[in-house]
Design a binder for this molecule. Structure first.
Ligand code: GDP
Length: 531
């Protein structure tokens, strides 16, 4: 069905697809839960965690996750608030799973950066921020845990500005801190916000007319009222006023102060995202830029998750719709294979559940069940051969050999590893000499998760053996004879990835440097875009 001119754009413009980036323990889970409460998507506080537990109980390979008490898989939560539809993409916070997180960030239009008021910017926050910056993703900052003693608000703003090279505009200003924390002054809407001590209650607010409003003196102790006026005057002097364009270009961040666990500051944050965060953005394909409100449906796979339901051994491809409208049963082109796929049972992810999708629009995330034919980076479209770009595959930082306990299972293991490689669960390489399989990951925990999956899902007992390898680089050259010369010269150090692309396995930094110096026209790639 086609839409009246502008109608499709109007629906799409109401979507906000975003992720939360943070260092573990800053409060991402708590904030997610409160956001979902506002969206009416969950009734009970604690439901996010409860849902996680249910999932763990039904999935064996998640045993590792359970043991460690961490979440290793990203998921999607869709909820409505006011006029808007929000798609919140969850990102695993643990450093070992950052690769999944990075890919998830290719599918969002903005991000919320959560900081712990006592700790400021931490290592994982910085790494994730750098990925957002590469893609010019607008960042909204939420400084959490104001109910505890933390750093001075000016020091926090200064840290964001200096260490991330990002302009800051406070959206709210804290009144007191720790035990004496009363609430915030909402600088965008000129109102006092009081924190309710009961955790289930929502902030109460009092509308003011500027900071000179006598109501402020009635409601706040004299010393706090005076400090608020001084602080805000200074903040306004030091920080630029909010500039929508600069925010959307990713050079300025509005900063909200709050306490997620007390449900304080969360509603203002959500309203800020609704008002300022960009609707679905135009996306780059190799061929051209694709606008979200084009009539024709298209999008890309940014993540594959296996065995979400162990009874069905299914895989779910997480698919970001980049343009147009999805309708159940529609036929689309799988560009890599040029085959036609019938999308009859994709799902949408509601906060607590999956639901069969009848229709969905640019900005939304579909879960497409499949048996391995969809890979990370694949484009689906209503006919046009588009190739979306920018979905990265990273050079592994740790490499180990993987061997079957029973040598008769070597072939079976090979096929399994190719599948896992396609899924993007890890890099898998087959050594040119000897044919050993080598797995490359970004964090050691990934080895465990993968080993567990190979044993339980594919029933192949395996073990790892350490290697002397330092890192891997995909190699490319414009002149294929030169590339062949390079490969021939380095046979013992060469392998192929799951797609047969040549990879150089370096024993140490010096080994890599020498190879680069000897072959200056060969490109050594740290990341490979999925093809
Ligand atoms: P995540 O690792 O980023 O998902 O963090 P969690 O949401 O699990 O929170 C980490 C810890 O901080 C938990 O013990 C939370 O209860 C606590 N926490 C979260 N928000 C607040 C807050 O606003 N104030 C205080 N005092 N603690 C909080």
């Amino acid at each position: 069905m086609s839409h009246a001119p502008g109608a499709l754009a109007e629906i799409i413009n109401k979507r906000r697809t975003f992720a939360i980036i943070s260092h573990p323990d800053a409060g991402k889970t708590t904030l997610t839960e409160k956001l979902l409460l506002f969206g009416g998507a969950i009734q009970l506080a604690g439901a996010v965690k409860a849902r996680g537990e249910q999932r763990r109980a039904t999935s064996d390979w998640m045993a590792v996750e359970k043991e460690r008490g961490i979440s290793v898989t990203a998921s999607v939560m869709t909820f409505e608030y006011g006029q808007h539809t929000f798609n919140l993409l969850d990102t695993p916070g643990h450093a070992d799973f950052s690769e999944d997180t990075y890919r998830t960030l290719t599918a969002v239009d903005s991000a919320v950066m959560v900081l712990d008021a006592a700790k400021g910017i931490e290592t994982q926050t910085r790494k994730l921020f750098e990925v957002c910056r590469l893609r010019d993703i607008p960042i909204t900052t939420f400084i959490n845990k104001l109910d505890r003693e933390g750093q001075d608000p000016f020091a926090l703003l200064d840290e964001v500005e200096q260490s991330l090279a990002l302009e800051v505009t406070p959206a709210s200003w804290p009144i007191g801190m720790g035990r004496s924390f009363l609430g915030c002054y909402d600088l965008f809407n000129d109102q006092l916000l009081f924190m309710e001590k009961s955790r289930d209650k929502v902030t109460s607010s009092v509308q003011c007319h500027g900071l000179d409003d006598p109501k402020i003196d009635e409601l706040l102790p004299a010393d706090l009222a005076e400090k608020l006026r001084e602080d805000v005057a200074m903040a306004r002097e030091l920080c630029p006023p909010f500039d929508l364009k600069a925010y959307r270009e990713g050079t300025l961040t509005p900063v909200y102060f709050g306490s997620a666990i007390n449900n304080f500051g969360v509603q203002e944050l959500l309203e800020g995202i609704a008002k300022h965060a960009p609707p679905p953005r135009a996306q780059k394909a190799q061929e051209r830029q694709v606008e979200p409100d084009e009539e024709k449906f298209s999008g890309f796979v940014f993540k594959i998750q296996a065995n979400m339901d162990p009874k069905h051994r299914d895989r779910i491809a997480f698919f970001r719709i980049c343009s147009g409208k999805f309708e159940r049963g529609m036929k689309v082109k799988h560009v890599r294979s040029q085959k036609i796929l019938n999308l009859h049972n994709p799902v949408l992810f509601l906060a607590q559940d999956r639901e069969r999708a009848e229709e969905a629009f640019a900005g939304d995330i579909l879960g497409i069940p499949n048996h391995g034919n969809l890979r990370i980076g694949d484009t689906l479209s209503e006919g046009e051969s588009l190739h979306y770009t920018g979905i990265p595959s990273f050079a592994p930082e740790m490499l180990r050999k993987v061997r079957p306990d029973d040598p008769m299972k070597a072939k079976h293991l090979g096929r399994t590893l190719v599948q896992l490689g396609e899924e993007g669960a890890a890099r898998v390489f087959k050594a040119n000499l000897g044919g050993d399989w080598i797995i490359g990951v970004l964090g050691a925990l990934q080895f465990e998760v993968l080993g567990d999956r190979i044993r339980t899902e594919y029933a192949i007992p395996v073990h790892y053996e350490s290697t002397q390898l330092h890192t891997a680089r995909w190699v490319e050259a414009d002149d294929h004879r030169l590339l062949k010369q390079f490969v021939d010269r380095h046979q013992v150090d060469m392998a192929e990835d799951h797609e047969g692309a040549p990879v150089f396995l370096a024993r140490n930094a010096w080994h890599l440097n020498t190879a680069q110096e000897n072959f200056p026209k060969v490109r050594f790639l740290q990341t490979k875009e999925q093809t």
